[in-house]
Design a protein around this ligand. Structure first.
Ligand SMILES: *Cc1c(COP(=O)(O)O)cnc(C)c1O
Length: 406
């Protein structure tokens, strides 16, 4: 276990040292992607400079080394999620890719009269693939609505989860509001009617511990790049029997057992869902990122992020005209807000000019914006390497921006 010491930790992330327009960078866009520690960057470089070869098919030394490294990455992910079997870990390009893989399979399994249940809080990548699956299969897509705090409104849940429900797809944590959803209860209710559950974990694993066996989720998905790893990497965890039910997503090399001109038999898990040459360097570097992250006691990181959130929230609330969107007591370190009389884009631009990187817009959650009757928010999202001093810089920059806009 490595002791969490903010000043040493920050030195692991080279990008945090840089300046923007001559100002020290304050990076508060971790919800969009997280920065990478030097060892992750080095791991990619090492792979291409001394280990590169294609995996799974070669007899030569480098191909074997690459295969071993890639399969070790799978084992690391397995233990990180506490999955029961190694072959329950499918390596993908990211959350979007993982959800599309499952939703495509469901487009073949669903039929008219079946229901897919999502929520009004989902990222577009956990809405659109399901709408497509319903369009292709004739099933109906329903959703759990929001309440004013940016939580799921569960007042009608026992009608929404019913005997027609085949799959419930819900985010563990909202990317635009920060809300942590009561997924344990939802999984239990879905299972009680025989439905499967997919959890979008793109915003959760970087903030708190997840144990897929304890949760009992059928599918759990995430992106490597939000977890301090490379872009173009991601994971679909699926319970063995849930994955076995699904037809393959893409056809090609590696996912086959035998190909004849008369037809093909598919490979076993996990390879059945991994067609073509994967992002080998990325997968190996994702292992490095997870190894790096799990060196810390996660509760220390959580405590630090909670302190940042409360500190920033108090300061933000004191500013005139600022309204926080997403006020659940149960949330991660994400602060979405609107400013009366100012467009989120202008606020974001004025913050950027002062070196503060935040996200503005709908954050790929247009239904959330519609619910609140707004067209976007300014979102500051914190990682464990952020500091209170950075919050002070952000608040100062925001005050100046508001004065200019006011
Ligand atoms: C970022 C995000 C996604 C999409 O992830 P990609 O890495 O773009 O595939 C999906 N859901 C949530 C909650 C997210 O935050």
């Amino acid at each position: 276990m490595r002791k969490f010491e903010i000043n040493t930790v920050r030195k692991d992330f080279p990008l945090l040292e840089r300046t923007i327009y001559g100002k020290r960078l304050v990076y508060f866009d971790n919800g969009a992607t997280a920065q990478k520690p030097q060892i992750v960057i080095d791991r990619i470089q090492q792979y291409y400079s001394s280990e590169n070869a294609n995996i799974h098919r070669g007899v030569h030394h480098l191909s074997q080394v690459g295969t071993d490294l890639y399969e070790e990455a799978r084992k690391t992910i397995q233990s990180f999620l506490n999955a029961k079997h190694e072959e329950e870990i499918i390596m993908t390009k990211g959350t979007t890719d993982s959800i599309n893989l499952v939703a495509f399979g469901y487009s073949k399994l669903l039929k008219a009269g079946d229901e897919v249940l999502i929520t009004e809080m989902e990222h577009h990548s956990n809405i659109v693939p399901w709408q497509m699956a319903c369009e292709y299969s004739g099933a109906t897509c329903r959703y759990i609505p929001l309440n004013g705090k940016g939580e799921l409104d569960l007042s009608n849940i026992d009608e929404l989860i019913n005997s027609k429900t085949k799959i419930l797809a819900v985010t563990h944590v909202s990317n635009s509001l920060g809300t942590i959803n009561p997924i344990e209860m939802l999984i239990e209710k879905a299972h009680a009617v025989g439905a499967k559950v997919l959890i979008d974990g793109a915003q959760s694993l970087q903030h708190f511990k997840v144990d897929v066996q304890q949760l009992d989720a059928d599918f759990y998905v995430f992106s490597g790049h939000k977890l301090f790893g490379p872009t173009g990497t991601g994971v679909l965890y699926g319970k063995k029997e849930a994955l076995e039910q699904l037809p393959p997503y893409q056809g090609g090399g590696d996912m086959i057992k035998e190909v004849k001109m008369s037809g093909t038999t598919y490979n076993e898990l996990p390879h059945k869902f991994e067609a073509g040459t994967p992002n080998i360097a990325g997968g190996i570097a994702l292992k490095t990122a997870i190894d790096y992250f799990t060196e810390f006691d996660l509760s220390e990181l959580e405590a630090h992020e909670k302190e940042l959130l409360e500190y920033a929230e108090t300061k933000l609330k004191a500013l005139p005209g600022v309204r926080i969107i997403g006020t659940s007591e149960n949330k991660v370190s994400v602060l979405s807000f609107v400013v009366e009389g100012a467009h989120h884009f202008d606020v974001g631009t004025l913050l950027d000019k002062q070196g503060v990187a935040v996200r503005t817009g709908h954050h790929c959650t247009q239904p959330v914006m519609d619910y609140f009757g707004i067209n976007g928010t300014v979102r500051a999202s914190f990682a464990f390497y952020n500091t209170k001093e950075e919050v002070d810089i952000f608040i100062g920059a925001l005050e100046r921006a508001l004065n200019m806009l006011g």
